[in-house]
Each structure stands twice: as C-alpha cells, then as structure tokens.
Design a protein around this ligand. Structure first.
Ligand SMILES: Cc1cc2nc3c(=O)[nH]c(=O)nc-3n(C[C@H](O)[C@H](O)[C@H](O)COP(=O)(O)O)c2cc1C
Length: 324
C-alpha cells in the first residue's frame, strides 16, 4: 500500500486503543511487524489550547515503524492547530477518529457521532487535509451510527473527495459497540465505492480471520485491536499467512515471559516505577490470558507494585505452565 510515497509493507496494522496503545505497546507491535501503529486518540481541541498531557500521548520511539497520530474532535476549527502540534512529533500520517462509541466523546458530537453528520465529518476531514499539507490523512470510521443510520459508504466517498488518502472501517454500528460479530459486507461496500485503500477492522483473532476478511471484502490491509494486546506476534502470523507462507507458532511460554519482562521494564522507564508498575498490572494480565493457574496469577498481577515483583510472577507462571 503506497500513500504519497509512504509504503506500508506488512498487511496487518495495530488499531488505536485509548488506554492501551501507548508508546511501549506500539513499539512491541512494531517489533512484531505491524505495518503501522497509531497513537491513542488525542483531542484536537486540547491540542489547540496547548494541553501538555495530550502532547505526551503523541510521543513515539526514536526507531519506530510507520506511525499515525489520531485526532478526535467535533469542530473543524480545532483541527488546523491540532495538526500543527501533531506535526512536531513527525508522524507518517494523521488519522481522524470517527468511530469511538464512548458517550463522553459522542455527546460532544465527536467520534462515531460524526457518522450521523456526514457534512460535518467531511468538513473536519477537509480542514485536516488542508492543514496536513503533503502528509497523508486517513479516517477511521464505523459502519454507521445504528441500523437506521448506515453512512459508511456515503462518508467514505466524501472523505475521498476532500483528499483523505485511506479509510479504515470497523464493521459495526456505534449502537453495537464491540459485539456482536462484524459485518464484512459493510467493509466490502466501502471498498467498492472508493478508489483509495481501505483497511478492514473487527474481531480478528488469528491469521485465518485476516485471510477471510481480505477474501470477503477485497480490503487492502487488516487492522487488529484487542487480540494484539495479548498476542502481538499476530502481525507476523498474518503477514506470513497472506503471503501463502507457513504461519509461525505462537510464542512459547519462555518467550512470552521475556516479552512481559521487557514490556514491564519499558513501562517503568517511560512512566517511572510507581506508575509503570500500575500500568504493568493490566498488561501482565493480558499476557497471562489462557495460562494455567489463572486465579492465582490474576492475584499476583493485581498486586505488582515494584519492579522486583515481576520476578516472582514470572517464576510462578513458568512453574505452572512449563508445557505451554
Ligand atoms: C479499549 C479500547 C480502546 C479503543 N480506543 C480507540 C481509539 O482511541 N481510537 C479508535 O479509533 N478506536 C479505538 N478503539 C476501537 C479499536 O481501534 C477497534 O476498532 C475495535 O476494537 C475493533 O477491533 P478488534 O475487534 O480487533 O478489537 C478502541 C477499542 C478498545 C477495545
């Protein structure tokens, strides 16, 4: 996939996930071959008014892969200054969030509420494209707001007209939040309606799901969200599967624990030990998914407090799961 000279090699990319896709998670996904990663969503209005915490969300690793900064907002006027602030972090593209279902976002008219107002959504996209200059702009959208308001095709066409360079479609309405299963035909319809690249998103938990989505919809890339948080090696698996090569096995337990240890170390380096270890609790629980002794491990992950605690946890995991 080529975007104004920006080549996205790997066919699977990491979804933006607020609260999860921080600088460390994005580095992990990069190392496992994600075609690109995206920042957590950043408020365009907060950037416009110079909010420091919002700026921190955009920081990235020095040796990173392709990287997009995702902005959310409801007023086109905010996006020019927000893009200017984002450009200081040298992203490879700017993404606009038109899919977030959270009431605190949609109640202001941002996120997936934009699926109800295609005119406003297109104005936001246009303002962003103008401010970004030669930098590509993408839009991440849902299928629509609810069953009576399915606007993905209409919105995708308008986005293409105003200069958006690619689109990601999460095949659910806002009303559906994250269940039930996704509608592949929505992704297919968008792909047929526009000539810019389309990325399909939703419910990919193995390489076969990615192959199925690409076959069914004709999409150009697939985006993986929740499953990648616990199984980041899925990017390599998908790319191999889509190249017709043998799919590498999941990481064994030793490699998984090495990854966990590295991840915790980086969380502490970036956030300091106190906050880093609190963040490590959630991440450790993700890497423990499906392991034996879950209840005891959950208790241990919940009480991670100082960096040294990780050793006991890893020891315990290896004792109970030597055959994984
Ligand atoms: C905890 C969480 C946070 C999310 N945050 C964002 C976000 O900041 N921006 C966005 O566009 N989508 C966000 N999403 C949606 C995901 O990017 C993705 O579209 C969705 O999870 C479906 O993909 P999956 O089935 O592979 O997880 C979030 C999803 C989850 C579960």
């Amino acid at each position: 996939m080529n975007l104004n000279g920006l080549t996205i090699e790997n066919k699977a990319v990491l979804a933006p996930m607020a609260g999860f896709c921080d600088i460390v998670m994005r580095k992990v996904a990069d190392d496992f071959g994600a075609g690109f990663t995206v920042s957590e969503m950043v408020s365009a209005r907060a950037l416009r008014y110079g909010d420091k915490k919002s700026r921190q969300l955009m920081e990235s690793w020095a040796h990173r892969g392709r990287y997009g900064i995702q902005l959310f907002g409801f007023d086109p006027v905010d996006f020019g200054p927000a893009v200017a602030a984002a450009l200081e972090y040298s992203p490879d593209f700017i993404d606009i969030n038109m899919g977030c279902p959270a009431p605190k976002i949609t109640s202001n008219g941002a996120g997936s509420a934009l699926m109800k107002d295609v005119k406003l959504a297109a104005s936001i996209a246009q303002a962003t494209v103008k401010a970004a200059g030669s930098l590509p702009v993408s839009v991440k959208m849902r299928k629509g707001w609810d069953d009576d308001c399915i606007t993905c095709v209409q919105l995708a066409k308008r986005c293409e007209e105003v200069g958006v360079k690619f689109i990601t479609v999460h095949g659910r309405t806002r009303q559906q939040m994250y269940t039930p299963g996704i509608d592949l035909s929505a992704i297919e319809k968008v792909k047929q309606a526009v000539s810019i690249p389309v990325i399909g998103n939703g419910d990919i938990v193995c390489a076969e799901d990615a192959v199925k989505m690409m076959d069914a919809t004709g999409c150009d890339r697939v985006m993986v969200g929740r499953h990648a948080l616990s199984h980041p090696w899925i990017f390599r698996q998908i790319d191999r599967a889509l190249s017709g090569k043998e799919i590498p096995a999941d990481l064994d337990i030793n490699a998984r624990m090495e990854l966990l240890t590295w991840h915790i170390k980086q969380l502490c380096r970036v956030n300091g030990e106190y906050l880093g270890m609190r963040k490590a609790r959630g991440q450790a629980a993700l890497y423990m998914k499906g392991l034996k002794g879950a209840a005891r491990l959950r208790y241990m992950t919940n009480s991670l407090s100082v960096y040294a605690d990780r050793e006991k946890l890893v020891e315990e995991v290896l004792k109970e799961n030597s055959d994984v």
